[in-house]
Design a protein around this ligand. Sequence first.
Ligand code: NI
Length: 179
Amino acid sequence: MNQTKNNSYSIAQLGNAVLRLKASEVNNILTDECQQLINQMMLAVSEAGGVGIAAPQIHHSVRIFIMCSKPNPRYPDAPLMVPTAIINPEILHYSSHKEKDWEGCLSVPSMRGLVPRHTHITVRYFDQQGSVQQKELTGFIARIFQHELDHLNGLTFIDQLESTKDLISEVEWYKQFAI
Ligand code: NI
């Protein structure tokens, strides 16, 4: 009890109202406040071993998420990418094709779900320097983008399941699917 933590964030867990809000657009990316929030999110996702985190998950209801896919014990097959801040994101185009694959979430501990996502998306967002970016994303990176964008709209991966039968415990997931 009373463990001291150096960091000043906690990760909001399913049931916390902040995870159900529609997050606000960021007006000025270059303010110290915004840059510090991005840095704090980079730290939080790295410490938690996640491949993405959205600002509402650390109790800030603004339209920012981090994508930082890399292979780790939670996602052994994840591709490696430079941690990237995504601000005021939009999906401009979705492939009609969807695929189901496993997702977890730092706000939904101990569970994994088989979630259908569009396999190809065209996205537009602002980066940490405030420049607009437009990209085509596929596969696991497109999946992370859709998962994190959902967080900005008050949704978690559980809301996207086709069936509650596609939800399993992380203990079973490790037994059945981890290397
Ligand atoms: Ni999540």
